[in-house]
Design a protein around this ligand. Structure first.
Ligand code: F6P
Length: 359
Protein backbone atom coordinates (compact mmCIF):
# COMPACT_ATOMS: atom_id res chain seq x y z
CA UNK A 1 0.00 0.00 0.00
CA UNK A 2 1.20 3.49 -0.88
CA UNK A 3 2.55 5.56 1.99
CA UNK A 4 -0.08 8.01 3.31
CA UNK A 5 0.91 11.58 4.02
CA UNK A 6 -1.38 13.11 6.61
CA UNK A 7 -1.30 16.83 7.35
CA UNK A 8 -2.41 17.98 10.78
CA UNK A 9 -3.06 21.41 12.28
CA UNK A 10 -4.62 22.93 15.39
CA UNK A 11 -6.53 26.17 14.96
CA UNK A 12 -8.37 28.75 17.09
CA UNK A 13 -8.21 29.04 20.88
CA UNK A 14 -6.28 26.17 22.45
CA UNK A 15 -7.64 23.74 25.03
CA UNK A 16 -6.50 20.73 27.02
CA UNK A 17 -6.62 17.58 24.90
CA UNK A 18 -5.23 18.95 21.63
CA UNK A 19 -1.97 17.04 22.06
CA UNK A 20 -3.80 13.92 23.21
CA UNK A 21 -5.86 14.07 20.02
CA UNK A 22 -2.80 14.66 17.82
CA UNK A 23 -1.25 11.61 19.50
CA UNK A 24 -4.43 9.60 18.95
CA UNK A 25 -4.32 10.38 15.21
CA UNK A 26 -0.58 9.67 14.96
CA UNK A 27 -0.62 6.41 16.91
CA UNK A 28 -3.58 4.98 15.04
CA UNK A 29 -2.14 6.05 11.68
CA UNK A 30 1.31 4.55 12.32
CA UNK A 31 -0.44 1.40 13.51
CA UNK A 32 -2.77 1.10 10.51
CA UNK A 33 -0.66 2.16 7.52
CA UNK A 34 2.73 3.21 6.30
CA UNK A 35 2.43 6.83 7.39
CA UNK A 36 4.13 10.17 7.25
CA UNK A 37 2.69 12.99 9.32
CA UNK A 38 3.20 16.59 8.37
CA UNK A 39 2.69 19.05 11.23
CA UNK A 40 1.52 22.49 10.15
CA UNK A 41 2.48 25.38 12.43
CA UNK A 42 -0.04 27.76 14.03
CA UNK A 43 -3.20 26.54 12.34
CA UNK A 44 -4.33 27.88 8.97
CA UNK A 45 -1.62 30.55 9.22
CA UNK A 46 1.01 27.84 8.65
CA UNK A 47 -1.03 26.38 5.82
CA UNK A 48 -1.25 29.79 4.14
CA UNK A 49 2.40 30.64 4.69
CA UNK A 50 3.79 27.18 4.01
CA UNK A 51 5.15 26.70 7.54
CA UNK A 52 5.25 22.93 8.02
CA UNK A 53 7.56 19.98 8.49
CA UNK A 54 7.40 16.22 8.52
CA UNK A 55 7.38 14.93 12.08
CA UNK A 56 9.21 11.87 13.36
CA UNK A 57 7.16 9.16 15.06
CA UNK A 58 8.87 9.69 18.42
CA UNK A 59 7.70 13.31 18.50
CA UNK A 60 4.17 12.11 19.22
CA UNK A 61 5.31 10.31 22.38
CA UNK A 62 4.92 11.80 25.83
CA UNK A 63 2.27 14.32 24.80
CA UNK A 64 -0.87 12.58 26.08
CA UNK A 65 -0.85 14.58 29.29
CA UNK A 66 0.56 17.82 27.94
CA UNK A 67 -1.67 20.90 27.74
CA UNK A 68 -1.63 23.32 24.80
CA UNK A 69 -0.59 22.16 21.35
CA UNK A 70 2.82 21.07 20.10
CA UNK A 71 1.87 22.49 16.69
CA UNK A 72 1.00 26.01 17.87
CA UNK A 73 -2.26 27.70 17.01
CA UNK A 74 -3.69 31.03 15.89
CA UNK A 75 -7.02 32.61 15.15
CA UNK A 76 -7.57 33.18 11.40
CA UNK A 77 -11.08 34.56 11.00
CA UNK A 78 -13.17 32.71 8.44
CA UNK A 79 -14.63 36.03 7.27
CA UNK A 80 -11.15 37.05 6.03
CA UNK A 81 -10.38 33.82 4.18
CA UNK A 82 -11.71 35.02 0.84
CA UNK A 83 -10.42 38.57 1.34
CA UNK A 84 -7.19 39.51 -0.43
CA UNK A 85 -5.30 41.66 2.10
CA UNK A 86 -2.62 44.35 1.71
CA UNK A 87 0.02 41.65 1.18
CA UNK A 88 -1.89 40.52 -1.94
CA UNK A 89 -2.07 36.92 -0.71
CA UNK A 90 -5.01 34.84 -1.91
CA UNK A 91 -5.30 32.73 1.25
CA UNK A 92 -7.48 29.99 -0.22
CA UNK A 93 -5.23 29.59 -3.26
CA UNK A 94 -2.17 29.56 -0.97
CA UNK A 95 -3.66 26.84 1.25
CA UNK A 96 -4.49 24.71 -1.77
CA UNK A 97 -1.03 25.20 -3.24
CA UNK A 98 0.69 24.26 0.03
CA UNK A 99 -1.53 21.19 0.45
CA UNK A 100 -0.31 20.11 -2.99
CA UNK A 101 3.28 21.05 -2.23
CA UNK A 102 3.18 18.91 0.92
CA UNK A 103 1.89 16.07 -1.23
CA UNK A 104 -0.85 15.30 1.29
CA UNK A 105 -3.43 12.55 1.05
CA UNK A 106 -5.55 14.39 3.57
CA UNK A 107 -5.57 17.15 6.16
CA UNK A 108 -6.85 16.75 9.72
CA UNK A 109 -7.99 20.02 11.33
CA UNK A 110 -8.47 20.27 15.09
CA UNK A 111 -10.60 23.25 15.99
CA UNK A 112 -13.84 24.91 16.96
CA UNK A 113 -16.60 26.65 15.04
CA UNK A 114 -14.38 28.99 13.00
CA UNK A 115 -12.05 26.14 12.10
CA UNK A 116 -14.97 24.02 10.94
CA UNK A 117 -16.08 26.79 8.58
CA UNK A 118 -12.64 27.03 6.97
CA UNK A 119 -12.32 23.23 6.93
CA UNK A 120 -15.62 23.05 5.06
CA UNK A 121 -14.45 25.72 2.62
CA UNK A 122 -11.30 23.70 1.88
CA UNK A 123 -13.35 20.52 1.48
CA UNK A 124 -15.56 22.33 -1.02
CA UNK A 125 -12.39 23.39 -2.82
CA UNK A 126 -11.60 19.72 -3.31
CA UNK A 127 -9.15 18.97 -0.46
CA UNK A 128 -9.53 15.81 1.63
CA UNK A 129 -10.42 17.19 5.05
CA UNK A 130 -11.33 15.60 8.36
CA UNK A 131 -12.34 17.82 11.28
CA UNK A 132 -11.93 17.09 14.97
CA UNK A 133 -14.11 19.04 17.45
CA UNK A 134 -12.19 20.93 20.14
CA UNK A 135 -13.30 23.71 22.44
CA UNK A 136 -13.83 24.37 26.11
CA UNK A 137 -17.15 25.96 25.07
CA UNK A 138 -18.72 22.65 23.92
CA UNK A 139 -20.67 24.56 21.28
CA UNK A 140 -19.97 22.58 18.11
CA UNK A 141 -23.14 21.57 16.36
CA UNK A 142 -23.78 17.86 15.91
CA UNK A 143 -21.54 16.50 18.67
CA UNK A 144 -22.68 15.85 22.23
CA UNK A 145 -19.26 16.83 23.53
CA UNK A 146 -15.98 18.39 22.38
CA UNK A 147 -12.56 17.54 23.78
CA UNK A 148 -11.27 20.15 26.23
CA UNK A 149 -14.69 20.87 27.66
CA UNK A 150 -14.67 18.51 30.62
CA UNK A 151 -11.18 19.53 31.72
CA UNK A 152 -12.35 23.15 31.70
CA UNK A 153 -15.43 22.12 33.70
CA UNK A 154 -13.12 20.53 36.29
CA UNK A 155 -10.97 23.67 36.45
CA UNK A 156 -13.91 26.07 36.72
CA UNK A 157 -15.54 23.83 39.34
CA UNK A 158 -12.35 23.87 41.38
CA UNK A 159 -12.39 27.68 41.26
CA UNK A 160 -15.99 27.75 42.52
CA UNK A 161 -15.13 25.23 45.27
CA UNK A 162 -12.29 27.38 46.51
CA UNK A 163 -14.40 30.52 46.33
CA UNK A 164 -17.08 28.84 48.43
CA UNK A 165 -14.95 28.62 51.54
CA UNK A 166 -13.75 32.22 51.48
CA UNK A 167 -17.25 33.45 50.56
CA UNK A 168 -18.66 31.65 53.59
CA UNK A 169 -15.95 32.95 55.94
CA UNK A 170 -16.61 36.58 54.96
CA UNK A 171 -20.32 36.37 54.25
CA UNK A 172 -19.76 37.82 50.78
CA UNK A 173 -21.29 37.59 47.36
CA UNK A 174 -18.70 36.19 44.94
CA UNK A 175 -19.20 36.66 41.23
CA UNK A 176 -17.17 34.07 39.30
CA UNK A 177 -16.89 34.83 35.58
CA UNK A 178 -16.58 31.68 33.51
CA UNK A 179 -15.43 31.55 29.88
CA UNK A 180 -18.01 31.28 27.14
CA UNK A 181 -18.64 34.34 25.06
CA UNK A 182 -21.52 32.95 23.06
CA UNK A 183 -22.72 29.88 24.93
CA UNK A 184 -23.08 28.89 28.58
CA UNK A 185 -22.36 25.15 28.72
CA UNK A 186 -19.19 25.60 30.77
CA UNK A 187 -20.92 27.91 33.26
CA UNK A 188 -23.94 25.60 33.51
CA UNK A 189 -21.85 22.50 34.21
CA UNK A 190 -19.38 24.20 36.57
CA UNK A 191 -22.17 26.11 38.30
CA UNK A 192 -24.09 22.92 38.93
CA UNK A 193 -20.98 20.95 39.94
CA UNK A 194 -19.77 23.76 42.21
CA UNK A 195 -23.15 24.39 43.86
CA UNK A 196 -23.55 27.98 42.64
CA UNK A 197 -26.63 29.84 43.86
CA UNK A 198 -27.06 31.90 40.70
CA UNK A 199 -26.09 30.92 37.14
CA UNK A 200 -26.23 33.55 34.40
CA UNK A 201 -25.97 32.37 30.80
CA UNK A 202 -25.96 34.18 27.44
CA UNK A 203 -28.92 32.04 26.41
CA UNK A 204 -31.11 33.17 29.34
CA UNK A 205 -30.90 36.97 29.66
CA UNK A 206 -31.24 37.96 33.30
CA UNK A 207 -33.34 40.41 35.24
CA UNK A 208 -31.37 41.88 38.16
CA UNK A 209 -34.52 41.99 40.35
CA UNK A 210 -34.54 38.18 40.25
CA UNK A 211 -30.87 37.92 41.21
CA UNK A 212 -31.32 40.36 44.10
CA UNK A 213 -34.39 38.42 45.25
CA UNK A 214 -32.29 35.23 45.39
CA UNK A 215 -29.54 36.84 47.47
CA UNK A 216 -32.11 38.28 49.90
CA UNK A 217 -33.86 34.91 50.11
CA UNK A 218 -30.58 33.28 51.13
CA UNK A 219 -29.97 35.94 53.74
CA UNK A 220 -33.44 35.39 55.17
CA UNK A 221 -32.53 31.69 55.42
CA UNK A 222 -29.35 32.60 57.40
CA UNK A 223 -27.06 31.87 54.46
CA UNK A 224 -24.92 34.96 54.47
CA UNK A 225 -22.90 34.27 51.33
CA UNK A 226 -23.82 33.78 47.72
CA UNK A 227 -21.96 32.33 44.71
CA UNK A 228 -22.81 33.60 41.24
CA UNK A 229 -21.44 31.70 38.23
CA UNK A 230 -21.64 34.19 35.38
CA UNK A 231 -20.79 33.32 31.78
CA UNK A 232 -18.50 35.76 30.00
CA UNK A 233 -21.28 36.34 27.45
CA UNK A 234 -24.17 36.71 29.91
CA UNK A 235 -26.40 39.72 29.36
CA UNK A 236 -29.32 41.48 30.99
CA UNK A 237 -32.76 41.36 29.42
CA UNK A 238 -32.38 45.01 28.40
CA UNK A 239 -29.01 44.28 26.73
CA UNK A 240 -30.46 41.27 24.93
CA UNK A 241 -32.62 43.65 22.93
CA UNK A 242 -29.49 45.31 21.51
CA UNK A 243 -27.23 44.11 18.69
CA UNK A 244 -23.93 42.67 19.95
CA UNK A 245 -21.97 45.68 18.63
CA UNK A 246 -24.28 48.15 20.42
CA UNK A 247 -24.25 46.05 23.59
CA UNK A 248 -20.45 46.15 23.79
CA UNK A 249 -20.40 49.87 22.99
CA UNK A 250 -22.90 50.56 25.75
CA UNK A 251 -20.81 48.61 28.25
CA UNK A 252 -17.74 50.62 27.24
CA UNK A 253 -19.65 53.85 27.76
CA UNK A 254 -20.73 52.61 31.20
CA UNK A 255 -17.07 51.71 31.94
CA UNK A 256 -17.65 47.97 32.33
CA UNK A 257 -15.18 45.75 30.58
CA UNK A 258 -16.70 42.50 31.80
CA UNK A 259 -20.22 41.43 32.67
CA UNK A 260 -19.16 40.20 36.12
CA UNK A 261 -18.05 43.72 37.10
CA UNK A 262 -21.40 45.06 36.07
CA UNK A 263 -23.30 42.42 38.06
CA UNK A 264 -21.09 43.06 41.12
CA UNK A 265 -21.58 46.83 41.06
CA UNK A 266 -25.33 46.49 40.65
CA UNK A 267 -25.49 44.02 43.53
CA UNK A 268 -23.57 46.36 45.84
CA UNK A 269 -25.83 49.26 44.86
CA UNK A 270 -28.97 47.31 45.47
CA UNK A 271 -27.89 45.45 48.61
CA UNK A 272 -26.39 48.09 50.93
CA UNK A 273 -23.81 46.59 53.28
CA UNK A 274 -23.21 43.55 51.11
CA UNK A 275 -19.59 43.00 50.11
CA UNK A 276 -19.20 41.71 46.58
CA UNK A 277 -16.02 40.44 44.91
CA UNK A 278 -15.31 39.44 41.32
CA UNK A 279 -13.14 36.47 40.34
CA UNK A 280 -12.11 35.92 36.72
CA UNK A 281 -10.13 32.70 36.21
CA UNK A 282 -9.93 33.51 32.47
CA UNK A 283 -7.47 31.54 30.37
CA UNK A 284 -6.58 29.29 33.31
CA UNK A 285 -9.68 27.43 32.13
CA UNK A 286 -7.92 26.66 28.85
CA UNK A 287 -4.66 25.57 30.43
CA UNK A 288 -3.11 22.49 31.97
CA UNK A 289 -3.19 18.77 31.48
CA UNK A 290 -6.36 17.18 30.07
CA UNK A 291 -8.53 15.25 32.51
CA UNK A 292 -8.80 11.46 32.23
CA UNK A 293 -12.17 11.94 30.52
CA UNK A 294 -10.66 14.22 27.89
CA UNK A 295 -7.66 11.94 27.33
CA UNK A 296 -9.99 9.05 26.57
CA UNK A 297 -12.24 11.22 24.37
CA UNK A 298 -9.27 12.67 22.49
CA UNK A 299 -7.83 9.21 21.89
CA UNK A 300 -11.17 7.86 20.63
CA UNK A 301 -11.71 10.89 18.39
CA UNK A 302 -8.17 10.72 16.99
CA UNK A 303 -8.44 7.00 16.27
CA UNK A 304 -11.81 7.51 14.58
CA UNK A 305 -10.34 10.15 12.29
CA UNK A 306 -7.82 7.55 11.11
CA UNK A 307 -10.59 5.02 10.46
CA UNK A 308 -12.20 7.65 8.23
CA UNK A 309 -8.89 8.17 6.42
CA UNK A 310 -8.67 4.41 5.94
CA UNK A 311 -12.14 4.43 4.36
CA UNK A 312 -11.28 7.49 2.22
CA UNK A 313 -14.22 9.29 3.82
CA UNK A 314 -13.49 13.00 3.76
CA UNK A 315 -15.41 16.25 4.15
CA UNK A 316 -16.57 15.14 7.59
CA UNK A 317 -15.94 15.95 11.23
CA UNK A 318 -15.72 13.49 14.10
CA UNK A 319 -18.55 13.65 16.64
CA UNK A 320 -19.90 11.95 19.74
CA UNK A 321 -23.47 11.04 18.97
CA UNK A 322 -25.36 9.32 21.79
CA UNK A 323 -22.27 7.72 23.38
CA UNK A 324 -20.88 6.48 20.06
CA UNK A 325 -17.99 8.11 18.21
CA UNK A 326 -19.24 8.89 14.73
CA UNK A 327 -18.99 11.75 12.23
CA UNK A 328 -21.07 14.46 10.52
CA UNK A 329 -20.63 16.07 7.10
CA UNK A 330 -18.65 19.30 7.51
CA UNK A 331 -21.23 21.05 5.34
CA UNK A 332 -23.93 20.24 7.91
CA UNK A 333 -21.90 21.52 10.86
CA UNK A 334 -20.13 24.59 9.44
CA UNK A 335 -21.74 27.89 10.38
CA UNK A 336 -23.96 26.40 13.10
CA UNK A 337 -23.47 26.42 16.86
CA UNK A 338 -24.95 24.57 19.81
CA UNK A 339 -26.33 26.96 22.43
CA UNK A 340 -27.85 25.81 25.73
CA UNK A 341 -31.60 25.43 25.15
CA UNK A 342 -33.39 27.52 27.81
CA UNK A 343 -35.53 24.47 28.64
CA UNK A 344 -32.59 21.99 28.67
CA UNK A 345 -33.00 19.19 31.20
CA UNK A 346 -29.92 20.44 33.11
CA UNK A 347 -31.48 23.89 33.44
CA UNK A 348 -34.65 22.31 34.79
CA UNK A 349 -32.65 20.19 37.25
CA UNK A 350 -30.67 23.25 38.35
CA UNK A 351 -33.90 25.16 38.95
CA UNK A 352 -35.10 22.22 41.08
CA UNK A 353 -31.94 22.65 43.15
CA UNK A 354 -33.05 26.22 43.81
CA UNK A 355 -30.47 27.73 41.44
CA UNK A 356 -31.57 31.10 40.10
CA UNK A 357 -31.01 31.95 36.42
CA UNK A 358 -32.08 35.57 36.79
CA UNK A 359 -35.26 34.82 34.88
O1 F6P B 1 -13.63 29.60 22.40
C1 F6P B 1 -12.95 29.39 23.59
C2 F6P B 1 -12.78 30.67 24.35
O2 F6P B 1 -12.01 30.37 25.48
C3 F6P B 1 -14.07 31.38 24.75
O3 F6P B 1 -14.70 30.79 25.84
C4 F6P B 1 -13.57 32.76 25.00
O4 F6P B 1 -14.59 33.69 24.87
C5 F6P B 1 -12.52 32.93 23.94
O5 F6P B 1 -12.07 31.64 23.61
C6 F6P B 1 -11.33 33.77 24.35
O6 F6P B 1 -10.48 33.90 23.26
P1 F6P B 1 -8.99 34.48 23.27
O7 F6P B 1 -8.08 33.37 23.67
O8 F6P B 1 -8.76 34.90 21.87
O9 F6P B 1 -8.96 35.58 24.28
Amino acid sequence: MKKKRIGILTSGGDCPGLNATIRGVARAAYEMFDTEIVGIADGFKGLIEGDYRTFEKHEFSGILTRGGTILGTSRQPFSAMRVIGDNNVDKVAAMKANYKRMNLDCLVTLGGNGTHKTANLLAQEGLNIIGLPKTIDNDIYGTDVTFGFHTAVDTATDVIDRIHTTAASHGRCMVVEIMGNNVGWLTLYAGLAGGADVILLPEIPYNMDEVVRKVKERHAAMKTFCILAVAEGAMSQAEARLKKKDRLLRRQQQHFTTISQRVAIELEERLPGMEVRVVIPGHIQRGGSPSAYDRVLATRFGAHAVELINENLFGVTVAMIGNTVDHNPLAEVAGKTKPVPADHQMVTVARRMGINFGA
